[in-house]
Design a protein around this ligand. Structure first.
Ligand code: FNR
Ligand code: 8K6
Length: 347
């Protein structure tokens, strides 16, 4: 049964994975104060190099994309060099690694870059305070002008080019979990009445501009995308969101991405407006390589692949608890259980 997981999987003509298990992107807030990846991070990722593909923790494309302390960046020479040390360590162990490109949009906080405003589609504020820094309350975002959006698209493309310079095998655009790109795709965060809002065609415009600019810069073979059709984190759901994703998925299908990845913490969650789980919904509209995630074990993930629910399995929390997840699963050894205390250090 588990054999499926350990067969090589060609993503395209450029990239082939040694197995079907991905390490999911996992924010750890352990970069240094200049948002440069550290040696401890290189060691942490290298210990997990047996994954078919590691997706890095979300990495900000520019200073005003930051929403949490010590999340790494990919926009200064020092950050690129820090990541080069990480990708070299992973490659030396035979692994492959994509960078997850991130801008948190309205979930950003100007405290981090000593700024005065936060850019987002619309002036709709998220409730609450920054995790781990509860004294920071989210602020009302400023709607990005078309000129600012164009600059953001350029900055995403530059971050993708920086990722390749840093030795990554490709990038995953973070279009999930309520951050900037996802904010355009949900009515709960997008109330624009210009060409970036109001209709499905307009709401997918900025996300597709980012995807296309990155494809043009580094090629579709090395470009992947993560999306959350079901709103569940930093986002209110709206039945009208369904039409946006119905429009987006066939557009993505045309673009020959390396893969599409669902952004969800628990893929057993059902969404009324998606008529079921996020992965079942996406599978109906998207026939190319799909990565499933969210509460799976090797066993349940492998049967989901065998049932054609998705093609590749991403593992998050169990990979935090078990650096040797792949070996343990191969040998049938017992896994250490994940608990939040493990987030305090990079094991
Ligand atoms: C996450 N997740 C996440 N997702 C993402 O797209 N970028 C990120 O940086 C993070 N960071 C992150 C940190 C921590 C501590 C957790 C627990 C989760 C979500 C993650 O990629 C994955 O979708 C979920 O963890 C569900 O998979 P598991 O853990 O059930 O295998
Ligand atoms: C991407 C940056 C996040 C930094 C911290 C990660 C959070 C860890 C776990 C939070 C779990 C939130 C899950 C929300 C699920 C809602 C289900 C209704």
């Amino acid at each position: 049964m588990l054999e499926t997981l350990f067969k090589p999987f060609p993503l395209n003509e450029t990239l082939s994975l040694s197995n079907r298990i991905l390490m999911a992107p996992l924010t750890r807030c352990m970069a240094d104060d200049n948002l440069v990846p550290t040696q401890a991070m290189a060691d942490y990722y290298a210990r997990r190099a047996e994954a078919g593909l590691i997706i890095s923790e979300a990495t900000i494309i520019r200073a005003d994309g930051q929403g949490y302390p010590n999340t790494p960046g990919l926009f200064t020479p020092e950050q690129i060099q820090g990541w080069r040390n990480v990708t070299d360590a992973v490659h030396r162990k035979g692994g492959k690694m994509f960078a997850q490109l991130w801008h948190t949009g309205r979930v950003a906080h100007p405290y981090f870059w000593k700024g005065d405003k936060v850019l987002a589609p619309s002036p709709i504020q998220v409730d609450g305070t920054v995790p781990r820094m509860r004294e920071l309350t989210y602020i009302e975002p400023t709607p990005a002008t078309p000129g600012e959006l164009k600059q953001l698209v350029d900055d995403y493309a530059q971050a993708a080019a920086n990722a390749l310079e840093a030795g990554f095998d490709g990038v995953e655009i973070h279009g999930a979990n309520g951050y900037l790109i996802d904010q355009f795709l949900h009515y709960g965060a997008n109330s624009r009445d210009d060409e970036y809002g109001g209709t499905p065609e307009n709401m997918v415009r900025f996300p597709l501009e980012v995807v296309d600019a990155i494809i043009e810069r580094i090629g579709s073979d090395r470009t992947a995308l993560r999306i959350s059709p079901g709103a569940y984190f930093n986002m209110e759901g709206d039945v009208r969101d369904r039409a946006v994703f119905d429009y987006l998925l066939p557009e993505l299908e045309k673009r020959d991405l390396a893969f599409l990845h669902i952004g969800i913490f628990d893929d057993s969650m059902e969404f009324d407006y998606l008529e079921g789980t996020a992965s079942n919904y996406v599978r109906r509209y998207y026939s190319k390589t799909l990565v499933g995630v969210g509460g799976y074990t090797a066993e349940t993930g492998s049967s989901a692949i065998n049932n054609n629910q998705f093609d590749l399995l991403a593992i998050g929390r169990p990979f935090i608890a078990n650096p040797d997840f792949i070996q343990k699963v191969k040998k049938g050894e017992e896994l250490a259980e994940y608990h939040d205390d493990l987030l305090g250090e990079l094991v």
